[in-house]
Design a protein around this ligand. Structure first.
Ligand code: ADP
Ligand code: MG
Length: 353
């Protein structure tokens, strides 16, 4: 059959697209029936409990098509779900992918999106077992449901933090928020015709923009560190940092019935973050506290576990930093080195505010 280029969803139709997606999917012994029937059938390993989570990504709410190459968007769509399972100490296993596609969207976009999605899936041994496909009258919409499994004693909840535990975070925070700011400024610059930020400066100065933007557009879920921490039994509560450390630790605090005191100076900032903001009169800590989408892990643990934790994450190739202490008073505060209170400018991302 010949089609006029460019192909779109309306050229090949819903079932054409499903066959195209199914053709790129690999099987696994845990999948008894995958794509193609009314429901998928999977086998959970003996003694394991099922973990399930779902997330939506909407054009112009969660991503902009002008910033996000479809390949990276595909990767990120699954990465954020993998991160949710990891934050429970779970092993990510199976995913369902629902797509709402504008009929005129080039098929190449969907193909690239799927290549990214399936690359992420294969990196983390997650298998696509089904989904739904329909046309959209507005933007491109993605919904991913992920399932994972874990032994009941290893699953880590948000509710286990106790007063005097340390508050930890993996990697660095604030990079994704700064990446977003760089993209926004570049957009404004191109709209107003002013000079765009330099992409590759000469004279030996490092351009940190690509690293920071990449942290936003192509996040890495911290699966091995999360699993190692959960299996070590050293941690009491865990969450992934999707809405900013303040908001996300706030969820741990709320669910555990505790508060917290975060030391501003202890927040782990990347070398790129520091260099890129070095010209500013003050370090933009609000990006590290309240900027979302870093997909690091925030967790709590008794002080006797400090060494164990450092070892555990080091083996996974990342670092973990103590950023504060769980308190019994329900208040959540951020303090400067001298103990004075830092007033955060904004809280984490909240869809309805
Ligand atoms: P039903 O009408 O029973 O909902 P569909 O025609 O929607 O079935 O889907 C047929 C098969 O294709 C199902 O196994 C479904 O899970 C799978 N599927 C549909 N869309 C997708 C997608 N975007 N990604 C992966 N699998 C999909
Ligand atoms: Mg369907």
């Amino acid at each position: 059959m010949t089609h006029k280029l460019p192909y779109t969803l309306s050229t090949i139709g819903e079932f054409g697209l499903i066959s195209r997606i199914a053709a790129g999917v690999s099987g696994h012994e845990s999948i008894i029936t995958g794509i193609g029937d009314d429901a998928a059938v999977t086998a959970i390993s003996a003694g394991m409990q099922l973990l399930t989570s779902t997330d939506m990504l909407l054009e112009d709410v969660h991503f902009r098509r002008s910033w996000h190459l479809p390949y990276c968007l595909g990767r990120k769509s699954l990465a954020v779900s993998i991160s949710d399972i990891a934050a429970m100490g779970g092993i990510p296993r199976w995913a369902l992918l629902s797509l709402a596609i504008p009929p005129k969207l080039p098929l190449e976009f969907v193909d690239d999106f799927m290549r990214g999605f399936l690359a992420m899936a294969s990196e983390y041994q997650v298998f696509l077992i089904g989904g739904d496909t329909c046309s959209s009258r507005s933007g491109f919409t993605v919904s991913v449901t992920i399932m994972g499994e874990q032994k009941p004693g290893i699953i880590v909840r948000r509710s286990g933090a106790v007063p005097d535990d340390d508050i930890w975070v993996t990697g660095t925070v604030g990079d994704a928020a700064l990446g977003l700011k760089i993209l926004e400024d570049a957009d404004i610059a191109s709209l107003t015709g002013s000079k765009q930020p330099k992409q590759s400066p000469s004279n030996g100065i490092v351009d940190d923009s690509p690293f920071l933007i990449n942290r936003l557009l192509d996040p890495t879920p911290r699966v091995s560190a999360a699993l190692a921490l959960a299996e070590s039994a050293a941690i009491t509560a865990m969450i992934d940092v999707s809405d900013g450390i303040l908001a996300d630790y706030g969820h741990i605090a709320e669910q555990s019935g505790v508060g917290g005191c975060v030391q501003l100076d202890d927040l782990p900032l990347s070398a790129s973050f520091r260099r890129h903001t070095a010209h500013l009169p003050v370090i933009p800590y609000h990006m590290a506290l309240s900027g979302g989408e870093d997909y690091e892990l925030c967790f709590t643990a008794h002080r006797s576990s400090r060494e164990k934790i450092v070892d555990c994450v080091k083996k996974c190739g990342i670092a973990a930093t103590r950023i504060g202490i769980v308190t019994s008073s329900p208040e959540l505060k951020v303090v400067n080195r001298d103990g004075s209170r830092y007033t955060a400018q904004t809280e984490g991302f909240n869809h309805f505010i």
